[in-house]
Design a binder for this molecule. Structure first.
Ligand code: SF4
Length: 481
């Protein structure tokens, strides 16, 4: 073992010891939202400095990390089943170490060490820079835990190692945490208060991606519309900032402009938006830059004002419709997707009908729909009885999914007969003879490969569709290629 002081981390007083035993194998499994997949790339980068190479083979691993999600009970059950699986591998490789990262680590903390004996280390989403120290502890046979939530950490100084990358599209995280306290959501408890990343470090990362052949980025955050850079620190402390800091602050539409102008040929997407924080200037900025895609993921969760109130969603049904109208007026061909929860506590049949009629009004392109799953520690779990019978939740969820499928097909049919610019991401899952890519509206398009290559912008004439996929034939390179 050899001791090395890492200049960058000296401020936060972390001392790293670089392992001279030669490269070790790191295996990472990620679950949940895009933020988690992006975080795993940060982790791989931090550990690459410690001599860890990533492997896709579990049996090869010296260190196994699971980056977890807590959004629903099922997500945690999935992780526990995987940990059981690791037991078998560990029997043949007792020196293998196992660590749990992400929201489940933050929610359960050291309790996870008691409940899952195979786990050596528990690390929360804001403590990944402490991994080298924590690994040193488990290498010495101790267990290790760091679940401290940060007021500053954005990992803006860490260049992610792209994992399972198609070499064409990449995630770039822009904020961490969330200050909205939706009553059903664990995120504010597992990812802490909102803080935004320095826009210059974001533009630098996007430019490096372009230089490395990537053609599309998705700017990531639990609530991107709430992005606000004023020199670092928590969003909630903005009011205490100096006049200069306020005058030079950068909000989300400002960041979109900076990225779109810095790399005018890079396609730009963003996720996830919250209707209560989305402002007109963001929509107008999208309309002003052809490299910002015409697609918004705009979770609504319910169509009933009564339920929106119980969820502490700070907008009404009418305000949501107004936002949809503004989007449609400023970007007529903008695709919109949703998140919906069926069977929230106290949801009457009329509330459910309000959700269906809201969907009828918007006719979303696609959505992510789930039955309500009570999460320990949330306001809803503490204050609201989970009183909707499971069979009613499932029936309502089925009705929501069926309606969404009808609307998805309606939306994809609108593309048939038209030509769309598609960025090729790779081979279609269904056929080796076909490429898959996406149009600006984030709809998957498949077409025969011919001489085109991943990373090409191609004009595709849409001949047919399913509710999720457009089927076509390439008619030449796009002017953006
Ligand atoms: S906006 Fe609401 S649902 Fe989304 S991460 Fe924040 S608290 Fe959770």
């Amino acid at each position: 073992m050899e001791k090395v002081i890492d200049e960058a981390l000296q401020g936060s007083a972390l001392v790293l010891e670089t392992d001279t035993r030669g490269p070790r194998k790191l295996y990472i499994e990620s679950y949940g939202c895009q933020m988690n997949f992006s975080d795993s790339e940060i982790v791989a980068s931090i550990l690459a400095r410690e001599g860890f190479d990533t492997t896709q083979e579990l049996e090869e691993a010296d260190l196994v990390l699971v980056n977890t999600c807590s959004i629903r009970e099922k997500a945690e059950t999935t992780v526990r089943k995987r940990l059981e699986k690791f037991n078998a591998v560990k029997k043949n490789k007792p020196q293998m170490k196992v660590g749990v990262l992400g929201c489940m680590a933050e929610r359960l903390k050291s309790q996870l060490l008691e409940e899952e004996k195979i786990v050596d280390m528990v690390v929360g989403p804001d403590a990944y820079k402490d991994l080298p120290n924590l690994i040193r502890e488990i290498d010495d046979g101790r267990q290790a835990v760091n679940v401290i939530l940060s007021k500053e950490e954005t990992y803006g100084d860490i260049a992610p190692v792209r994992l399972n990358s198609n070499g064409v599209t990449a995630f770039v995280s822009i904020t961490r945490g969330c200050d909205n306290m939706c009553t059903f959501c664990v995120v504010p408890f597992t990812r802490g208060r909102e803080r935004s990343r320095d826009p210059l470090s974001i533009v630098k990362e996007v430019s490096e991606l372009w230089d490395n052949g990537f053609k599309e980025v998705t700017l990531l955050g639990q609530n991107v519309d709430s992005y606000l850079w004023y020199g670092g620190g928590l969003k909630k402390d903005y009011e205490k900032a100096s006049e200069v800091q306020k005058a030079t602050s950068v909000n989300f539409s400002g960041l979109l402009k900076m990225v779109a102008e810095a790399q005018p040929r890079m396609r730009i997407r963003f996720s996830t938006s919250n209707p209560q924080d989305m402002t007109l200037d963001v929509i107008e900025t999208m309309a002003s830059y052809s490299n910002i895609c015409n697609y918004i993921h705009l979770p609504v969760q319910s169509g009933s004002d009564k339920i929106l109130k119980r969820m502490n969603r700070l907008h009404t049904r009418a305000e949501y419709f107004e936002l949809i109208e503004n989007i449609r007026a400023i970007i007529p061909d903008c695709a919109i997707s949703q998140d919906m929860i069926a069977g929230f506590p106290g949801e009457s049949e009329q509330d459910h009908k309000d959700t269906l009629s809201l969907m009828e009004y918007v006719k979303y392109d696609f959505g992510f729909m789930f039955a309500y799953s009570e999460r320990p520690g949330t306001m809803a779990a503490r204050k609201l009885e989970d009183d909707i019978p499971q069979e009613t939740k499932i029936r309502r969820l089925r009705e929501i999914i069926e309606l969404q499928q009808k609307h998805s097909l309606l939306r994809t049919r609108q593309h048939v007969g038209k030509t769309a610019e598609v960025l090729i991401e790779g081979t279609s899952k269904k056929s080796d003879e076909h490429w898959m890519g996406r149009n600006s509206q984030n709809t998957v398009v498949v077409f025969p490969k011919e001489d085109y290559q991943p990373g090409d912008f191609v004009n595709v004439h849409i001949q047919d569709c399913t509710s999720a996929t457009l089927i076509g034939k390439a008619v030449g390179y796009s002017e953006n290629n």
